[in-house]
Design a protein around this ligand. Structure first.
Ligand SMILES: [Zn+2]
Ligand SMILES: [Zn+2]
Length: 395
């Protein structure tokens, strides 16, 4: 009994935890450490066994009371199922789990369990995401062994009846009044054991294969979305259904277009004269063509233009496009020229002179606001101080 972990610690509950809390915690841990989800991982198998043992004690009021008073030593000599047999314990507790989960314990043939789900990531560029694409995924998954048809027995041989249960698949455990029927630990409930294992799968009945799986990715898919491929996970055990394949989509950033929901966003630089006079501009679209948009006169920098239905298509709940499309949003930036030709400079200087005489309406109202802000209210409401600068010290 040396080196045994505290049962409460194993089940991650406090010493005061009630039955329901213990049961819930066990259920969570058992699912997490369940051997069907952790193929051949010995460490997890040990944790699973530890959990099962801890639960067996803490759910029984008498055993729990003795454990609380005397620790592990208090349980010596009590009726405990055989936890030492590493191969059989899975099936014993598999049944215990079956009972917990309402699947019915002690039935003949062992529990059927669904195969493990698999997850892979696939990377697309934005154009692929917009148009939809088929990607081939190289997948390693478990399948039934073809040589033995999944039985695990060498072709031409048959599993022999289990001696421990006489082929019944179940045994009686316990003593006194409490005798419960458990799945046979010798054969895992199958009633038979493999004496001559299949050379290809070494008796497992399953082999790992590498497979190319085409995955259809619908147009409009967004970064982080997941596509489920039913039945492409690992093989189930004992007739259980196979797991599913989850394909997580990662969309690479595009140098020109950003995505927000269904809308695409694009920065478009325009010149001051375009902004002032309006007129046609060419804007890029995701498929590489250009769309012409006619600017109104007097466009301000950082303003937006929305072009209908040139964004991303929408993926509906059923994974298909429902016809909805986002917009293309152009972010207009008025760019001030850094280098001027002689002629440009002449024209701008001329423009500057005219600007000085004809102050635009906006600029005038701005100057008025500035004055109102710096000049105290009573003064500004009475007599305006003409054009004196706002920065002058009082007096
Ligand atoms: Zn085989
Ligand atoms: Zn048996």
């Amino acid at each position: 009994m040396a080196g045994k972990r505290d049962y409460y610690e194993v089940l991650e509950v406090t010493r005061e935890a009630d039955d329901d809390t213990i049961k819930k915690s066990y259920r969570r841990l058992a699912l997490q450490h369940h051997p069907d989800r952790n193929h051949g991982n010995k460490e997890v198998e040990v944790q699973f066994r530890e959990c099962a043992e801890a639960f067996e004690v803490l759910r029984d009021p008498e055993k729990r009371a003795r454990y609380d008073r005397y620790g592990h030593a208090g349980l010596e000599g009590m009726n405990m199922p055989n936890f030492g047999d590493a191969d059989s314990v899975m099936d014993v507790f598999g049944d215990l789990l079956g009972g917990l989960f309402g699947a019915g314990g002690g039935r003949r043939g062992g529990r059927a369990a669904g195969g493990r789900d698999l997850q892979v990531a696939v990377e697309l560029d934005l154009i692929e995401a917009a148009k939809g694409v088929t990607k081939t995924i190289h997948l390693r998954r478990e399948e039934g062994c073809g040589d033995c048809a999944g039985s695990g027995a060498k072709p031409g041989t048959k599993p022999s009846p289990c001696r421990r249960c006489g082929g019944r698949g179940a045994v009686l455990m316990g003593q006194g009044f409490f005798r419960i029927q458990q799945t046979c630990p010798g054969c895992g409930g199958r009633g038979a054991v493999i004496t001559d294992p299949c050379p290809k799968c070494h008796g497992a009945g399953r082999i790992e294969v590498t497979q190319d799986v085409p995955v259809n990715i619908p147009a409009g898919i967004d970064n982080g979305m997941t596509i489920r491929h039913d039945g492409y996970g690992d093989l189930g055990s004992r007739g259980g259904p196979p797991g599913d394949l989850y394909v997580v989509v990662k969309v690479r950033k595009h140098p020109l277009f950003g995505r927000d929901g269904l809308d695409l966003h694009c920065d478009v630089p325009i010149t001051f004269s375009q902004a002032a006079l309006g007129g046609p501009i060419e804007a890029p679209t995701l498929d590489g063509t250009f769309v012409t948009h006619t600017l109104k006169r007097g466009v301000q920098t950082a303003s937006e233009v929305r072009i209908h239905a040139l964004g991303m298509p929408n993926v509906g709940r059923d994974g298909r496009n429902d016809g909805r499309k986002g917009d293309l949003v152009l972010h207009l930036n008025v760019v001030t020229p850094r280098k001027l030709t002689k002629r440009q400079e002449e024209l701008l200087r001329e423009l500057g002179e005219i600007d000085g005489v004809h102050v635009s309406a906006e600029h005038k109202s701005f100057l008025d606001k500035v004055k109102a802000f710096f000049v105290p209210a009573e003064e500004s409401s009475g007599e305006r101080r003409g054009s004196s600068p706002p920065s002058g010290p009082p007096g």
